[in-house]
Design a protein around this ligand. Structure first.
Ligand SMILES: NC(=O)c1ccc[n+]([C@@H]2O[C@H](COP(=O)([O-])OP(=O)(O)OC[C@H]3O[C@@H](n4cnc5c(N)ncnc54)[C@H](OP(=O)(O)O)[C@@H]3O)[C@@H](O)[C@H]2O)c1
Length: 244
């Protein structure tokens, strides 16, 4: 994948899938700004990736952080080719056990934060005729018991992908989405702690295993690349065929 000179802003780029995407980007000639709340993992990624990577601490749930982050990217690079809306938060809890605060945090980060950051980046993306790649999940379409708020937020991300593709297409900006299955990251620690659940996922996955972040990153890169120039508004399952 040729990402030469492609400047990407990757939310949640300090860990898991976001870090995998940042590594893939830099390995293929791109430059990245990784962001998230914790400075330590962001710094670690930047040290590993060298001059092509920098970071900004921000909270997707905090008003004003979206605009500040987009401004940092503009000051550092003068352009933005790809926004990877990867940062997210998980809640494993049936509705009756989920507090207002817990539900609100899921939607604040996964949906409202994504919308605010995307809105702040639109002028830069229009200038570069760039791309947005959102991260949803297989649970946006298939039911994982106990994931109701999270699954609802990811279903919103998928519809936002289609609506935004229609809104921004006329200005040359493409918007797509990658839906991973179970992937070995911090977020899935609780799910992976139950061997029976992991065995079930493996049995239900035609390719017969769970993913690493490196399995998901090339799908994100493809949707941002010139090779996908005629692709917009699409959800690409990167799940080993978990939902067929
Ligand atoms: N792992 C899976 O099985 C799986 C499956 C399907 C979809 N996904 C999706 O893949 C994406 C990446 O998740 P992951 O699996 O790589 O898990 P992860 O390693 O836990 O990554 C989540 C990232 O989001 C950042 N984040 C969380 N809350 C934030 C906030 N309020 N503001 C800014 N950044 C925030 C975290 O950084 P800080 O904590 O430092 O802020 C972290 O780097 C998510 O959208 C997730 O829903 C994951």
């Amino acid at each position: 994948m040729d990402l030469e000179g492609n400047v990407a802003l990757i939310t949640g780029g300090g860990t898991g899938i976001g870090r995998g995407v940042a590594e893939y980007w830099v390995a293929h000639g791109g430059r990245v700004v990784v962001c998230g709340r914790r400075e330590a993992p962001l710094q670690e990624v930047c040290e590993a990736l060298g001059d092509a990577a920098s970071h900004v601490c921000m909270d997707l749930a905090r008003r004003g952080d979206a605009e500040r982050t987009a401004e940092v990217v503009r000051e550092r690079h003068g352009r933005l080719d790809t926004l990877v809306n990867n940062g997210g938060t998980f809640l494993l809890s049936p509705l009756v056990d989920s507090s207002d605060d817990a539900i609100e945090q899921v939607f604040r980060v996964n949906v409202i934060g994504l919308l605010a950051l995307t809105r702040a980046c639109v002028p830069l993306l229009i200038q570069s005729k760039g791309a947005v790649v959102n991260l949803s999940s297989v649970v946006a379409q298939g039911v994982l018991p106990g994931s109701i708020a999270y699954a609802g937020s990811k279903a919103a991300v998928e519809q936002i992908t289609r609506c935004l593709a229609a809104e921004l297409g006329p200005q040359g900006v493409r918007v797509n989405c990658v839906a991973p299955g179970l992937t070995a990251t911090e977020m899935s620690t609780a799910l992976r702690a139950d061997p029976a659940s992991v065995d079930q996922v493996i049995q239900d996955t035609p390719l017969g295993r769970i993913a690493d972040p490196a399995d998901v990153a090339p799908s994100v890169a493809y949707l941002a690349s010139k090779e996908a120039a005629w692709v917009t508004g699409q959800i690409l399952q990167a799940s080993g065929g978990l939902l067929l």
